[in-house]
Design a protein around this ligand. Structure first.
Ligand code: ATP
Ligand code: MG
Length: 414
């Protein structure tokens, strides 16, 4: 039955994958805290206007990918397709402007109605960081450095290439926009329908087209660098100098434009060859115009987001689980003693499994399956004397240990 399948593009995260998922989040948490960023969580849904205003009405996300619905009160609601808009909304609605600069990181599910394929889902997860209120070049350098540290911590930095570009300041962008329109006009009829629509409203986004025909035309489009004014050039030089200083290697990619409308100056992506068409692992840039565009005070911003599922495909180890201790009553009526001993062992920080049913050998089998390191066997005579049998499940060796010293005894092995 269709209703008993997960909705297309969504998936269940089973324990092993979820451990890895958490491991990725923990890595970000670790590095983000070293850089002085604090974790936040914004709602999973917002008024649709939050996204419409920030993502621009010609972006793929707004035109095709949003999960939008009217709620029972008649409000138009959208499941968040990305994290930055919500953070900007929070900045405005919480009146946080006085506290700038602010440094936040987040993790959580995002929703986009896309064609599901490898590394592309309709519900996926992102971790991301936002640095607000820092218009200086050092902000761009720091957020890229944080990304690089985190990917390094995950052991996947060597599989990734940092690509950077500049979109310049508003003046430069205007100049380039002009040149680009002039160039693209000649090819208007050959452009895809999407790109034709963008040509009128947001020509820069044509450069982001994934259409094969468009890509050919784009190849010979004027280069952005030729339109950069002195300020924009300086800014970009500063970013490159900082990255050089930190020994973070990068590749210039003059065709790199972020899919979202509010970016200026630095745009960057960490890409990999290991994931087929979905090669972008982490993407971000500077968005100085965003908060103002939403109706808030002018606020500089720079940040990035990374797809957890895509990173997980590159990370090939997940942290080991702490091996459990199995507490096993030799006879059924010692169940309560087992329960009590499990409680004590857990209080001391041990992972404990109770084999809920069956005879001793069945419970031992289950303990082995759970990769238990020890079994604590509770027998009727021993327990009278305050003793239990401790069996090492790796070696099969066993010894009698007094209940009073059991935790101490175990701590030397765990
Ligand atoms: P793409 O070009 O792959 O569509 P995008 O430009 O839409 O990416 P962003 O909005 O910048 O992506 O999101 C940042 C990151 O989130 C991406 O680099 C990717 O790792 C991840 N991501 C985006 N969309 C999806 C998706 N549908 N499924 C899984 N991960 C995604
Ligand atoms: Mg996309």
């Amino acid at each position: 039955m269709r209703e008993l399948q997960p909705v297309r593009g969504t998936r269940d995260i089973m324990p092993e994958e979820f451990r890895q998922h958490n491991y990725l989040v923990d890595q970000l948490r670790y590095f983000a805290e070293l850089y002085g960023y604090s974790e936040i969580s914004t709602p999973i849904f917002e008024f649709s206007d939050v996204f419409k205003r920030t993502l621009g009405d010609t972006s793929d996300i707004v035109t095709k990918e949003m999960y939008t619905f009217s709620d029972k009160g008649g409000d138009e609601i959208t499941l968040r397709p990305e994290g930055t808009a919500g953070v900007a909304r929070m900045l405005i609605s919480s009146g946080l402007k006085q506290n700038l600069p602010l440094k936040y990181f987040y993790n959580g599910p995002m929703f986009r109605y896309e064609r599901p394929q490898k590394g592309r889902f309709r519900q996926f997860h992102q971790i991301g960081v936002e640095l607000l209120g820092v218009p200086e070049v050092i902000g761009d350098i720091e957020v890229i450095a944080l990304a690089s540290s985190m990917l390094g911590g995950l052991g996947i930095l060597s599989q990734c290439t940092l690509e950077i570009n500049t979109l310049g300041n508003t003046v430069s962008r205007k100049g380039y926009r002009h040149k680009l329109i002039n160039y693209l006009r000649d090819y208007r009829d050959q452009l895809s329908e999407d790109s034709r629509r963008r040509l009128d409203r947001n020509p820069l986004r044509v450069l982001d087209s994934k259409d094969k025909g468009d890509k050919k035309i784009i190849e010979n489009a004027p280069e952005f660098v030729e339109s950069l004014d002195a300020e924009s050039k300086d800014f970009f030089s500063g970013v490159k100098e900082g990255l050089d200083k930190l020994s973070i290697s990068y590749k210039l990619n003059s065709r790199l434009v972020r899919g979202l409308d509010y970016y200026c100056h630095t745009a960057f992506e960490f890409t990999t060859g290991g994931l087929g068409a979905q090669g972008t692992v982490l993407a971000g840039g500077r968005y100085d115009g965003l908060v103002e565009q939403m109706g808030g005070p002018k606020t500089a911003g720079v940040g990035w987001a990374a797809g957890i599922e895509r990173m997980a495909m590159l990370v090939n180890h997940s942290p080991d689980r702490k091996r459990p201790i199995a507490v096993i009553p030799v006879v059924a009526d010692l169940q309560m003693e087992a329960l009590l001993l499990a409680k004590d062992l857990r209080s001391a920080g041990n992972v404990v499994e109770l084999g809920y049913r069956g005879n001793m050998s069945r419970r031992l089998k289950r303990a082995n399956k759970l990769n238990a390191i020890f079994a604590v066997l509770i027998g009727p005579d021993e327990i009278q004397r305050g003793m239990v049998t401790l069996r090492n499940l790796d070696t099969g060796n066993q010894e009698e240990v007094s209940l009073d010293t059991l935790t101490d005894h175990l701590s030397q092995f765990l």
